[in-house]
Design a protein. Structure first.
Lengths: 190, 190
DNA sequence: GCAATGTGTGATTGGTCACTCACTACCGGG
DNA sequence: CCCGGTAGTGAGTGACCAATCACACATTGC
């Protein structure tokens, strides 16, 4: 299998799997779990649909893996933001919140996959597992990096969820009272 | 059309439409917009699939109407809770938060429809419209009844969104640190 | 050189689903 | 009594989609 020349980290199949996953992210992000056809995903990855099913035996497994990718992107963002904040002597929790806001604008796919995973979790056990892992890792990281109490953490996560929903319905593009109040960066008091 | 005997509030077609809507709520709640077949909805309502499409020309329109129903159920709950709180001299905002928690346990469908609507809003303009209306009405009502500032309102809605997500992934049934912290009733400090 | 193993595909298949059409049954008014 | 409109349906239709299968091409160890 692995050739004698020791340093071979990925077999080509694993490489393909990784590529497929990356290509699947935007497709699932745009159309959701049910509405995204495996054909479109395979095409985006530049492989045949048949081979997609060899790399991931079911669509649910593929989607669960994509959920994991989105989770990892968030984790990486938070880790980095916290490190930078600590170096600058700023509040890590606030920095991570800021970083999440930026991430939502920069990498819309992460948000959308997150959202789609939440609903798909209701019906597909594999996806529910992936989502729970996602929250567990996120909570652990944010708690450790920030040192905040559970009450602050709850409020922090709650704010993140509100950001998700507001982004999903495009509230940031609206000029109505409720939309400005709920998307606002918790600054203005009235 | 309407017969001479003045007081005829609903034509039978409107009646059927209302019945269909009520029947559609649990089906959409359980399976989501894409995965819920119109056939199953029609069966639940006791009508033929063909007639369903006469009452609502497209599936998206039907789902948008269901979103509206969920919205109305929430509005009614909040109105009632606020009235009771005001009568008892309690804080209306807190009472409405409590009422939302109760509603999520009593009427799971409302939560699930809410969640499914959020994601479907990304792709279906009709559903996006319905969701925006939902948030507008909700925000207006809660703001009026509570008299709270926009910052408190934002936090209140954020907490509601977190409740939704935690319920969706069944976090309340887990015995892990993160799950207890994020589903907790903002009481315990550590 | 050749078997074995792994990478990759085209064609299909069985099933489902939104939506349509042609049609029947009823009901109130003239 | 019949006529127009409304309630209601059975039987499709075309499109799409997850998953399968049989088969080809490359690489490698022997």
């Amino acid at each position: 299998m692995t050739p004698a020349t020791a340093t071979r980290t990925l077999s080509t199949a694993e490489q393909r799997r990784a590529e497929l996953l990356e290509a699947a992210v935007p497709v699932f992000a745009e159309r959701g779990y049910h509405a995204a056809p495996t054909m479109a995903i395979a095409k985006a990855a530049g492989i045949s649909q048949a081979y997609l099913f060899r790399l991931f035996p079911t669509k649910a497994e593929l989607f669960a893996a994509v959920t994991g990718i989105a989770s990892e992107r968030m984790l990486a963002t938070f880790r980095e933001a916290a490190a930078r904040a600590r170096a600058a002597g700023a509040d890590p929790l606030e920095a991570m919140g800021q970083a999440y806001g930026d991430l939502l604008e920069r990498d819309r796919d992460v948000l959308l996959v997150q959202l789609h995973s939440q609903v798909a979790a209701g019906a597909e056990p594999l996806i529910r597992e992936a989502m729970r892992r996602c929250f567990r890792d996120l909570y652990e990281l944010v708690a450790r990096e920030s040192g905040a109490g559970s009450q602050d953490l709850q409020a922090w996560f709650a704010h993140g969820m509100l950001c998700n929903v507001m982004a999903a319905i495009g509230a940031d593009a609206l000029d109505e009272t409720w939309a400005r109040a709920l998307t606002g960066e918790e600054g203005e008091t009235e």
